[in-house]
Design a binder for this molecule. Sequence first.
Ligand code: FES
Length: 216
Amino acid sequence: MADTPEVPKPAGAIPPPIVAAPAAASVAPASAAPVAKPAAAPLKPRPKVQMVWEPKELHRRDWMLVGAWSLFAVASLLSTIFYIVRFLFPNVTYEPPLQFKAGLPTEYAPGRVDERYKAAFGTWIVRDDRGLYALSTTCTHLGCTPNWLEGEQKFKCPCHGSGFRKSGINFEGPAPRPLERYRVGLADDGQMIVDKSVKFQEEKGEWLNPEAFLYV
Ligand code: FES
């Protein structure tokens, strides 16, 4: 269908006045009888919200909470006790005593190196024709522990090959000086006493000290 062509408005034409519609139509006359309001619709009953209590789940959660707090409390208590004990009893290193009794001199055979106190006290007891002396088992190179080789009659250090004679004198390897000797003496009961707190060094002429050798 063809559109109706729009008629052009003449220029300068005055539009017709807008007439307001009578308002009385929607206003009820004052004398009119009051209109009864329609009865309010009955309120729909609200759906009841049912409170669901899940005693089982709540109970489990509570116990988990109590358990966690208990664990935390026990852990805190234990760590506190641990630190108190550490404070009261600090780390103590128990080293072998510096003095020890080494038995009767007659227990040592002449010409032998005795190793019974090597492990516990780091000491060899050696007896020669005149008496006894106590040798340190610490290599004078870097502090390793040499081994006594009975067949070769020498102390041999496994670390860098230093060798020491039965007397303790160094003769091979990098060790710069002889083994050290400890003070020796006799106790009242006739036993030999070794005192590691006093050392004698050959290169200082200290082996001549009477306490560096026990004549028997
Ligand atoms: S520590 Fe004994 S030779 Fe080096």
